[in-house]
Design a protein around this ligand. Structure first.
Ligand code: PFF
Length: 446
C-alpha cells in the first residue's frame, strides 16, 4: 500500500524545505565565483533582475501546478493537460524531469561527498590521525566512491522518513544552522588581511561586463539552477503546501532567501580567496581568471585554512559543515521527485522506493566516479545546460498555454482571496505566457 500524501505542517516548514532545496552548492560556490569573473556587482545586478523577472515567475508556475494537482510531477502535468496528445506530452516532460533530476543528483552527490570528506578531515586531524586526514583530503577513486555512498545513505534516510518527519524536520534544523555558520564565518574572514580587496573584487561593479553577450545568459542559468527549476522539485514541494497558504507570497520569500544567501555567500568566498592570496596561496589560473572550479573548494580554501594555524581546523570544519548542509537539503529535494512518483504511481512504500532509487542513482554516481574524466563534465553539461532550461520552458508552456487561466486564478485565490486584483495577477499570466518561454529559448539557442 502506498503511504498517504504528506503536507508541510507550517509556513516556516515549507520555507525551510524549499529554501533548503534552492540554497546549495550553486549559491555558495557557483554564484560568488560567477560574480567575481563577470563584472562583480554588475553581475549581481543582472542576477537580481533575472531572478525576480524570470526565475520567480517560473518558480510560481511549478508551485501553483503542484499545489493544484497535489501529486508527483508526471501526474500533476497530466492532470492539467487535455486530450491524449496533451497527456502524452505531459508524461514525456514529467519523465524527462525525473530523469534529469536523477542525473543531477548523481553528480551532485559526488561533489557533496568531497564536502563530507573535508568535513571529517579536521576531526581526524584533531585526534592526530595523520594517515586518515591525508586519505580524506587526497583525491582518490576509493575515497570518492565511499563518500558518495555515505552521502546517498543520508539522503535516503531523510527521504524515507517522509515529508514532515524527514524533509521538514531536517530542513528546519539545518537551514537556520547554515545561516548562522555563514554569518559567523563572514564575520571572522572580514577581520583578516586581504579581505577588503576580495570585497572590492566582488562588489565594485564593472558595468562594461553587462555588454558581454555571455553575462545575461550565465546569470540566467545560475538563477534557474539555483532555484531548482525545470525538473519538478519545486512542483513536488508545492504539492505538499496547505491550501490555505498564500502562494505568491511564499514563492517570493523562497526567491528572496535564495538570492539573499547567494549574495551573503559572496561576502564569504571572495574575501576568503583574497585572504588566501595575501597568505601566499595562488588564486588565479593560467589565464589570469580566478580559480572557480573544484580547485577553489578542494585546494585554494583548504590551503588557506592550513595557513591559519590553530584556528584553521575550526574554520575548516565550519566551512565544510556549511557546504554539507547546503548539499544535503538540496539532494533530498532531488530524490523526492522520483520517490513521489514511484510511491504514488506504483504504490510502493516510501522507504522501499527511497532505498531502491537512492541505490540506482548512487550506482550512476559510482560509474561517474570510476570514469570521472570522461563522464563528469558531460553529465553536468547535459543536465544543467541542455535539459534543465528546455524543461523549464516546457513548464512555462504548461502554465501559460495549456492550463486554463481561470483554473490558475482559482488555485491562487484559495490562500489569497484578493489575488485577482493584486499586482502578481496583473503581471504573471503574461510573463509566463510570453516573456519566460522566449527568454529561456534565447538562452537555450545560445
Ligand atoms: N538549487 C541547488 C543549488 O543551487 O545548488 C541545485 C538543485 C537542487 C538543482 C535541486 C536542481 C534541483 F532539483
Amino acid at each position: 500500500m502506498a503511504s498517504p500524501r504528506g503536507e508541510f505542517s507550517s509556513r516556516f516548514g515549507f520555507l525551510m524545505a524549499a529554501a533548503g532545496s534552492a540554497v546549495g552548492l550553486g549559491n555558495i560556490w557557483g554564484f560568488p565565483t560567477n560574480a567575481a569573473s563577470n563584472g562583480g556587482a554588475a553581475f549581481l545586478f543582472a542576477y537580481l533582475l533575472l531572478a525576480f523577472a524570470l526565475a520567480y515567475p517560473a518558480l510560481m508556475a511549478e508551485l501553483i501546478i503542484g499545489r493544484h494537482a497535489r501529486a508527483n510531477g508526471v501526474t500533476a502535468l497530466q492532470s492539467i493537460a487535455t486530450g491524449d496528445k496533451g497527456r502524452g506530452f505531459a508524461f514525456v516532460v514529467g519523465s524527462l524531469g525525473m530523469l534529469t533530476v536523477s542525473f543531477i543528483l548523481s553528480f551532485y552527490a559526488i561533489v557533496s561527498g568531497w564536502m563530507l570528506s573535508f568535513l571529517l578531515a579536521p576531526v581526524t586531524q584533531l585526534f592526530g590521525m595523520a594517515g586518515a586526514t591525508a586519505w580524506l583530503t587526497t583525491d582518490s577513486v576509493v575515497r570518492n566512491a565511499l563518500s558518495v555512498v555515505v552521502f546517498m545513505l543520508l539522503t535516503v534516510l531523510i527521504i524515507s522518513a517522509g515529508v514532515r518527519e524527514g524533509i521538514e524536520k531536517w530542513a528546519t534544523r539545518l537551514m537556520p544552522s547554515l545561516v548562522l555558520i555563514l554569518i559567523l564565518l563572514i564575520g571572522y574572514v572580514m577581520t583578516l588581511p586581504g579581505a577588503m580587496e576580495g570585497l572590492r573584487a566582488y562588489l565594485v561593479p564593472d558595468f562594461s561586463a553587462l555588454t558581454q553577450p555571455g553575462l545575461l545568459l550565465s546569470a540566467m542559468g545560475q538563477a534557474f539552477f539555483s532555484l531548482s527549476l525545470g525538473v519538478g522539485t519545486m512542483l513536488v514541494y508545492g504539492s505538499y503546501i496547505s491550501k490555505s497558504e498564500n502562494l505568491p507570497l511564499i514563492g517570493s520569500l523562497v526567491a528572496l532567501l535564495d538570492v539573499g544567501i547567494a549574495v551573503l555567500a559572496g561576502l564569504l568566498i571572495l574575501p576568503a580567496m583574497y585572504v588566501a592570496l595575501a597568505s601566499g596561496v595562488e588564486i588565479f589560473d593560467a589565464d589570469g581568471g580566478l580559480i572557480a572550479g573544484p580547485g577553489l573548494i578542494i585546494s585554494v580554501l583548504p590551503a588557506l585554512f592550513d595557513n591559519m594555524g590553530a584556528i584553521g581546523g575550526v574554520v575548516a570544519f565550519a566551512f565544510f559543515a556549511l557546504m554539507t548542509i547546503a548539499s544535503l537539503t538540496s539532494s533530498i529535494s532531488m530524490l523526492e521527485v522520483p520517490v513521489a512518483f514511484v510511491v504514488e504511481r506504483r504504490e510502493v512504500r516510501r522507504p522501499i522506493a527511497a532505498a531502491w532509487l537512492g541505490a540506482a542513482i548512487g550506482l550512476i554516481s559510482l560509474i561517474i566516479v570510476w570514469n570521472f574524466d570522461a563522464l563528469f563534465d558531460w553529465v553536468v553539461t547535459a543536465t544543467t545546460e541542455w535539459s534543465q532550461p528546455l524543461l523549464g520552458l516546457f513548464f512555462c508552456v504548461f502554465a501559460g498555454w495549456i492550463w486554463n487561466r481561470a483554473a490558475i486564478l482559482k488555485e491562487i485565490q484559495q490562500g489569497s482571496p484578493d489575488a485577482a486584483s493584486g499586482f502578481f495577477w496583473k503581471i504573471w499570466p503574461t510573463y509566463i505566457r510570453f516573456v519566460c518561454p522566449l527568454a529561456i529559448l534565447a538562452v537555450y539557442l545560445q
